[in-house]
Design a protein around this ligand. Sequence first.
Ligand SMILES: Cc1ncc(COP(=O)(O)O)c(C=O)c1O
Length: 269
Amino acid sequence: MSANRFAFFNGEFIPIEQAQVSVMTAALNYGLGVFEGIRAYWNANDAQLYVFHLREHMERLKRSCAIMFMELPYSVDDLCNLTVELLRREGFREDAYIRPLVFKSDHTIAVRLNNMTDAFALYAVPFGQYIPGSAVRACVSSWRRIEDNIMPSRAKVSGGYVNSALAKTEALLNGYDEAIVLGSDGQVSEASAANLYIVRHGALVTPPITSDIRASGGIVPCGGAWSGADVSRLVHAGVCSAIREKSHAGSLDHRRSAHADREARQSVA
Ligand SMILES: Cc1ncc(COP(=O)(O)O)c(C=O)c1O
């Protein structure tokens, strides 16, 4: 049995078991969906669940919809209110993960985005740490990041996650935790499904937006491209996303990171 009980689907709150789609759904066949992943943190002292950057995520969902010819009958305010109502109904007293999903719901063989029906689903699940432990063992992937002019890499498009899944699977099968994915120009882009950052003058900076990164809240894309050959810079890096939060690089292609070095020195001292 699922730990969550409800979904908002086709305009109403229903039991999660009833939120079903047909095998003929276009989104299932062709990846024609956009979504968000939003964290909520349980604060036992306040007995409250606090949602992390809810509005910013819903604004990005609307931008993804615009790129993918999808129309939502809900404003950002509506989406935030629906989320709060869902969480109220679920009554989680632990951390949770919220998934709004907009998708092409027609049962058709045609591959297109216009003149199609858009459906909206929203559900949430109890969710702790995504990957236990904080230091990530990363490798440089043999897969390249999808370019924005091949598929909108700035939008959170369901079909784009084939790229993420391939990179992540290769990394896992080769004994690593995470993949660092380069762009077709050989410059550093992202982790498999997370932003990469380095700390510069106290601020987190990512590769530039022109490296086909997924722009996300709270992180400032930096000016210069990160060279794939410049591995020494990357071992000072970390990965972050809503789902996996923030983790330091433990190593990159077997080179120990600055963070891991510091921890090793502290454990000897
Ligand atoms: C490809 C990719 N880049 C970056 C991110 C980070 O985005 P966010 O911080 O909004 O989770 C994600 C998150 O899933 C992602 O899939």
